[in-house]
Design a protein. Structure first.
Length: 191
């Protein structure tokens, strides 16, 4: 049970000091859970990210819940999840009480402009770390390039397509590829 305060405080720290949502938090979650605490491996982090994106709920909270469960079962999952949620909830609650006057303060408005840039950098950092762990086989690279091109074209032409559609399409292509590859191996063995 000594892990529960550590889980809560570690994720509370991430939840307190990260702006920009779940994707911006991924880099800090990896830094804390993989590099510092060694609660999970890089491979697990990549798998968690994919699963967390595919399931309902915010990515960062899903990741925290998984890590918490792995370290302390259900109490660990609850501690990590609350650690991730409570700081952000309290900050947003306090800001909402004073929102109109809050954003009128020049230095706060300027700080939020700087934070927008930092959020982009955190998201890019998480993407680069995931790319480093990714298997470098031809199929994965082709799917990656096609997904990036699709996202660029979607952005250029302002087409509204959910990222879930791309994920489902990539999963379908992956399933078809593995079935084709399995069938090809089977035919090769029979010869």
């Amino acid at each position: 049970m000594h892990i529960l305060p550590d889980l809560f405080l570690s994720f509370a720290k991430i939840g307190t000091f990260t702006f920009g949502g779940g994707y911006a938090m991924l880099s800090l979650i990896e830094n804390t859970c993989v590099e510092k605490k060694k609660w999970i491996t890089r491979e697990e982090m990549m798998n968690i990210t994919v699963i967390a994106e595919s399931t309902p709920g915010p990515v960062a909270i899903n990741c925290a819940t998984y890590v918490g469960y792995k370290q302390g079962k259900m109490p660990g999952a609850i501690a990590a999840m609350l650690g991730m949620i409570l700081p952000s909830f309290l900050i947003i609650f306090l800001i909402s009480k004073f929102l109109d006057s809050f954003l009128e303060i020049t230095w706060i408005a300027n700080a939020f402009q700087g934070i927008k840039i930092a959020v982009g950098i955190l998201i890019a950092d998480a993407a680069i770390k995931l790319l480093k762990v990714m298997e470098k086989e031809a199929f994965q690279i082709v799917v990656l390039v096609c997904s990036v091109l699709a996202m660029i074209l979607i952005g250029i032409f302002s087409v509204r397509i959910s990222s879930m559609v791309l994920m489902i399409a990539a999963a379908g292509i992956g399933i078809m590829f593995s079935l084709f590859k399995g069938k090809l191996r089977k035919e090769t063995k029979e010869k």
